[in-house]
Write a protein that binds this ligand. Structure first.
Ligand SMILES: C[S@@+](CC[C@H](N)C(=O)[O-])C[C@H]1O[C@@H](n2cnc3c(N)ncnc32)[C@H](O)[C@@H]1O
Length: 531
């Protein structure tokens, strides 16, 4: 995160009164988005403001697990909440980054901080309030840090986000209170053996390396570790992404087909909006995992990192809402069926996979064996190589259902790769292929993951560029005929990507889509330059 942005987040903007536009001093406690010059003006405005004020409340189950419920109906795209991070820091597996701004550092674009030795990229970053905790604890330790290897993951960065939380506990009691609230739910689940070992290793390291045995007990550090694991969000604003913890967002439950979308502003704030129509009383949900992975992978990831077995509607239905996103093709002669287990949620018995047409049974182990071999190939696949992607898609079409998530992942890369240097350079066959995969992904995403607006917006923009080029090749009359269809796609793209910041590829696509929309002549007469 930008060190300047970091400073800006500390300051609340001065606002005008919603009623009289005079300088305002009261902020609406519900949504914290509008201000008033007096209590009277706030009361006068309530009748109108209540329809757009805070649209959620935090509730608690019998087991003390908190969740967020809509207090009125919401339409897709509607604002729900915007909040700055309580804490941000490096992700658990990262190459060396500047601890002031989060960007990757190497021997050339950084220097050691004068006080502690952690690499920073500028004086501004060296002085950033974000960097203060590890700087202070390193000075206290009495020995500077020396990072010598860049560009490869450095485990020492694992401790930073946790150390930043501990710094709040020791020195900033007011902001610690908000973090402490997140610790209170930790008794609601049992963490896994792997994560227990990880927490223990990190906690032992922090106490020994920073010599803070007397200040923080093992239990203190391990609890903070778990809180960071459960509540942190990956923020893609820098390369590599950093992680951040948000207060209210941490109360929102997980769903593999969530009803809310999360985006990040270029200041690192999280923005939650409705992804689909939401009714009053519905639980709000976001996805803690990659919705474009299959049920077994998602559930395993959630269990290992967030310590619960998901039982959402998508997980309970082996066909994943009729898409067969995890299905294998049946290998019986002349059978067009596909194989799936009766359930993915029985982790004890691992049921056989059964063909929907010929009822052939395959053990869970055999099914996994096939999937593991394909996954191996997928891992080795050069994802910047058109021919390799094509080969992968062709090779496995007799093993995987056409909607399989391995295919969806490759198709997403492939449809962006085709025409990267200009759609006009594509052969007719490749252009059709690009269009075909865009349409296929669009239909899958709309069923399985309508909240994944970045992916859907990107796919739709690729679809738009292929339609324009196909029509151009067919002649100008065709272009005119499809003008409305193209405008409708562009409108959808801008609606989906309107909250994405300029620094992200999706923010750039949003700008391009808007530019095309504002220049109808170009749309009618010219081809699309994707660069
Ligand atoms: C980010 S917190 C959500 C707030 C938490 N319920 C609380 O009371 O603080 C994530 C934790 O909530 C629980 N949780 C969230 N979504 C869930 C779901 N769909 N099913 C079961 N547990 C879930 C899990 O214990 C998970 O580790």
């Amino acid at each position: 995160m930008d060190a300047k942005a970091d400073e800006k987040l500390q300051v609340l903007e001065t606002k005008q009164c919603e009623v009289c536009q005079k300088p305002a001093i009261h902020r609406c406690g519900g949504c914290r988005r509008v201000c008033y010059c007096s209590k009277q003006h706030q009361q006068d405005h309530w009748e109108q403001h209540k329809n757009v004020c805070r649209s959620y409340k935090i509730c608690q189950n019998d087991d003390h697990s908190r969740h967020v419920v809509a207090t009125r109906s919401l339409t897709p795209g509607e604002f729900i909440l915007l909040e700055p991070p309580l804490i941000w820091g490096p992700s658990f597996n990262t190459v060396p980054i500047c601890l002031g701004c989060g960007k990757a550092v190497n021997g050339e674009n950084s220097r050691p901080c004068n006080k502690c030795g952690w690499p920073v990229c500028s004086t501004l970053c060296e002085k950033s309030p974000s960097h203060l905790p590890e700087c202070r604890y390193t000075i206290q330790r009495g020995e500077r840090v020396h990072i010598k290897k860049f560009g490869v993951p450095q485990p020492i960065y694992r401790c930073i986000t946790i150390l930043r939380c501990l710094y709040h506990k020791q020195f900033l009691p007011r902001s610690w209170k908000k973090l402490e609230k997140l610790l209170s739910s930790l008794g609601n689940h049992t963490s896994t053996v792997t994560s227990e070992n990880e927490k223990q290793t990190i906690a032992e390291f922090i106490r020994r390396f920073f010599k803070v045995w007397a200040i923080f007990s093992m239990e203190d550090v391990m609890k903070v570790c778990e809180m960071v694991m459960i509540n942190s969000h990956e923020v893609r604003l820098t390369d590599p992404p950093f992680i951040a913890i948000y207060s209210t967002t941490s109360m929102i439950e997980h769903n593999c087909r969530p009803n809310c979308t999360k985006s990040f502003t270029n200041l690192g704030q999280i923005l939650i909006t409705a992804a689909v129509p939401i009714q009053e009383g519905d639980n709000l949900s976001i996805s803690y995992t990659d919705p474009l992975s299959g049920t077994q992978s998602r559930r395993y990831f959630l269990h290992e990192t967030k310590f619960f077995w998901c039982r959402c509607e998508r997980c309970e239905d082996p066909t994943e809402l009729g898409t067969n996103f995890s299905a294998l093709k049946c290998q019986s002669p002349d059978c067009d069926g596909y194989l799936l287990p009766k359930t993915f949620t029985d982790v004890q018995t691992l049921p056989d996979w059964i063909c929907n047409i010929c009822s052939r049974c395959v053990s869970s182990y055999s099914a996994h064996d096939v999937l593991e071999r394909i996954e191996h190939d997928l891992y080795d696949l050069d994802k910047a190589n058109v021919e390799e992607c094509k080969h992968f898609l062709r090779t496995y079409e007799s093993y995987l259902h056409e909607n399989h998530f391995y295919f969806a992942g490759v198709e997403y890369i492939f449809c962006q790769l085709l025409g990267k240097s200009g759609v006009q350079l594509l052969s007719d066959e490749d252009l059709e292929l690009k269009f075909h995969y865009c349409c296929h992904l669009e239909s899958l995403l709309k069923v399985l993951a309508p909240a994944e607006k970045c992916i859907l917006g990107t796919v739709l923009f690729e679809k738009f560029s292929s339609i324009m080029e196909i029509r151009r090749r067919k002649g100008s009359q065709e272009l005119k005929n499809n003008h409305e269809e193209c405008r409708a796609i562009l409108h959808e793209v801008t609606e989906l990507l309107k909250n994405e910041p300029d620094c992200l590829p999706e923010g750039k696509i949003y700008q391009k889509a808007r530019a095309y929309l504002s220049n109808e002549v170009l749309m009618e007469n010219e081809n699309i330059d994707e660069n």
